[in-house]
Write a protein of this length. Sequence first.
Length: 247
Amino acid sequence: MMVGNESSSVENSGYTVRLEMFEGPLDLLLHLIHKNELDITDVPIALITEQYLEYLKLMKVLNLDIAGEYLLVASTLLYIKSKMLLPPSSEEEEAETEDPRAELVRRLLEYQKYKEAAAELEKRPMLDRDVFIRSTSMEIEDAGEEERIEVSLFELLEAFRKILERVKTEEFHEVILDRLTVEERIQEILSLLQREKRSMSFHLLFPEHTSRRMIIITFLAILELVKMKLVRIFQLASFEAIRISLI
C-alpha cells in the first residue's frame, strides 16, 4: 500500500476517478476466473475472494470511486466463503441445501452471456462508426489498428500492481519536490504520444526510479485519457506487452 508522504499527497489531493465508464464487479470476477483458468461453475471461493479484495485495495490506493456494488459483491464473497468453511448442520444435511456459490454462479453465467452478445453486436458495422469517406493509404494503415486486442481496466490494474512492486520501500524517505498534478500529467502524456506518432509500450510511461507518487499520478492520468476516449490501450496479441496510442 501507500508509504510515507507520497501516500498522503496523493490521497489528500481530492482527485477521484469515476468508474462508471469502466467494468463493474461482475467483470472483475469474470476476469479473475479467466486469469486463473477456472471453471466458472466450480469457483474456488477462497482464492477468488482473496484476489478480489486485493483489487479493491489497488482501487483504494488510486482513490478510485468504488461504487456500492463492488462492496456488495465483496461482502457476498466473504459470506459464501464463511458459509463453505462451516460444517453443515444436521438439518442442512437432511435438506440437502444448495451450494452457497450457486446464486453467484447463475449471475455470472447470465452476465457472461449478455457480455458475449454485446461483443458480437459490437463487431457489426454501425453507421457513422464503420462507414468512412475515401481514405489515403496512411489512414487505411491506421484503421488496421482496430483489430488489436483492447485491454480491460483489471488488466491495467494488474500492470499497475507490477509497476508498484518495482518501487523500493525505502523511497518514502526521499523529499518529494515534484508536485505534478494529474491534469498536467495528462498533457505530458498527450504531448509524448503526439511526438511518437505511433503506439508505445505502456511501461515506458513509468521509467525506472520513478517515485510511487508519480506512478500513481501517471496511472490516474491514463485512466482519464481512456475515459475521454483520447487514447487506446491494447495488446497486439494475447499475453503480449500492453501498448498505448492516440485515438
